[in-house]
Design a protein around this ligand. Structure first.
Ligand code: RET
Length: 237
């Protein structure tokens, strides 16, 4: 009863909590979808679709806790957020490995991508948690991010995807747009979250909040990534 009232209240007044709530539902629903579809997915693509489901499932569990944490403290759940990302972003790198494996994708390439994603996230965490200068950590994080963009758009991932044929090449360029545009949502949230003084006030005044931006980014990117892989699994078999 009290819970129900709380949900009613947050829906009307607390937009940040509301996006945590909707995010939890969206991640849960996407996970159920990907997991149930495994049965009618060809063997060749089953691992890829399974990983899509794992990404949204891990996020659903973290969102469940982040929602509660934010509702009770009105503070950013920075630690949960980055634990979630540290698990799910490397899994997104695994997706690139899985779709390029047959045309020669190596675990060496996979580890390079994972390493770049870990550097991107750990330095971002330090910046956001106030361990040193947020601009310096954000810049190092952005360099690692651009390395991933480079790999997907012009590097080995791109070359392997192209030689794997049109279905994989198309999926890779769709994922490439997610990485280039969808992932760029996050540094925007970071800038807003780590801005201080007058800047912070003006962001707040027009309703921009770091957690809302991150929550939109996660829904777009995690579910979107999964759907591209799902579409590929239907087209290529
Ligand atoms: C499912 C979660 C995803 C796809 C998270 C992606 C996160 C990023 C691409 C974060 C990038 C950042 C920068 C490029 C600079 C500032 C710090 C970060 C960590 C927000």
């Amino acid at each position: 009863m009290i819970d129900q009232m709380l949900i009613g209240v947050i829906a009307k007044t607390d937009y940040v909590s509301f996006t945590f709530f909707i995010g939890t539902m969206a991640m849960m629903a996407a996970s159920v979808f990907f997991f149930l579809e495994l049965n009618n997915t060809s063997k060749e693509w089953r691992t890829s679709v399974l990983v899509s489901g794992l990404i949204t499932f891990i996020a659903a569990v973290h969102y469940y806790y982040m929602r509660e944490y934010y509702q009770e403290t009105q503070e950013s759940p920075t630690f949960f957020r980055y634990v979630d990302w540290l698990l799910t972003v490397p899994l997104m790198c695994v997706e690139f490995y899985l779709i390029t494996k047959k045309s020669g994708g190596t675990t060496g390439l996979l580890w390079k991508m994972i390493l770049a994603s870990v550097v991107m996230l750990v330095t971002g965490y330090w910046g956001e948690a106030g361990l040193g200068n947020a601009t310096i950590w954000g810049t190092i994080s952005a360099i690692a991010y651009f390395y991933i963009v480079y790999e997907v758009w012009m590097g080995d991932v791109k070359k392997l995807a192209t030689s794997a044929g049109s279905a994989v090449a198309d999926a890779n360029s769709a994922l490439g747009w997610f990485v280039l545009v969808g992932w760029a949502i996050y540094p925007l949230g970071y800038l807003i979250g780590t801005a201080d003084g007058q800047w912070y006030e003006s962001f707040k005044n027009i309703g921009l909040d770091m957690n809302i931006i991150y929550n939109i980014g996660d829904a777009v990117n995690k579910i979107g990534f999964g759907l591209v892989i799902y579409a590929l699994s239907r087209k290529a078999s």
